[in-house]
Design a protein around this ligand. Sequence first.
Ligand SMILES: NC(=O)c1ccc[n+]([C@@H]2O[C@H](COP(=O)([O-])OP(=O)(O)OC[C@H]3O[C@@H](n4cnc5c(N)ncnc54)[C@H](O)[C@@H]3O)[C@@H](O)[C@H]2O)c1
Length: 267
Amino acid sequence: MGAGIGVEFLLAGREVTITEAGPEAADTARTRVTDSLRRTLRRRGHEEDEQEILSRLEILVGPAPVSDPELVVEAVPEDPELKKSVLLGAEVAYPRAGVLASNTSSLSISDLAGGLSEPERFIGMHFFNPVPVSQLVEIVVGEMTSPTTVETTRSLVELLGKTPVVVRDSPGFASSRLGIALGMEAIRMVEEEVASPSDIDQAMVLGYKHPIGPLRLTDLVGLDVRLAIAEYLSEQLGPRFAPPELLRRMVAEGRLGKKTGEGFYTW
Ligand SMILES: NC(=O)c1ccc[n+]([C@@H]2O[C@H](COP(=O)([O-])OP(=O)(O)OC[C@H]3O[C@@H](n4cnc5c(N)ncnc54)[C@H](O)[C@@H]3O)[C@@H](O)[C@H]2O)c1
């Protein structure tokens, strides 16, 4: 996700610094950014000079010597303790950053802000995968986030040519909460033999103009990932999000969707 976010800001003409955990990860990050940039330029039919764009990219290990960055986005794995320590480090390294954001897809922004000395500058900037293809960025407003931070973040999202939606910090934000509700109901319908997975998906694609059906999407995201989110949401918001038995069984059997070759579909 960090590589995709970096590509978008490079294409918007900004200087981008990616800081990684170690030298190997930094090499991987460089390959990911270069590949993603190349694909994006080709898809958009842009004529920009790849070398000029890459000359504005720096990839380092540890805090980068950048003074007063406009935006710092944390995109480390979804582990609250890791995120909190990286965010604290970022606040110390960049005391005058305009906005400090987290790309968390599920964790509470107010909770992550806990140890920060200036939580008013902290916000959720939830990019979607793959970042250069997705139009949406969910802006998640924590209890302490200031209106100025919300407005600056909104402008940065618009600078990328993406559409921001502003959501109060609550479990699942807007996207995962609705997406999981639909996905879990579709799985319950398979369980109750209401229709086949492809017919359920077709009903949403042709009947409701969804670009992809909820079961195919579950296969793409990974059944294990969706199970973890459903468990979290049912803990936070109640049993209406409880994952169906069929989902638990498929995950236990290693049928995780596209990544294992088998899910609701054979890949
Ligand atoms: N993958 C998705 O579809 C998706 C979509 C939206 C949001 N997100 C969120 O984005 C975040 C990252 O997800 P991802 O899928 O890109 O994970 P990932 O595991 O692919 O990438 C995490 C990166 O963080 C680096 N990292 C780990 N510890 C670090 C540290 N201490 N300092 C600097 N870098 C460190 C790793 O080397 C790796 O490059 C998570 O919060 C996730 O929930 C993911």
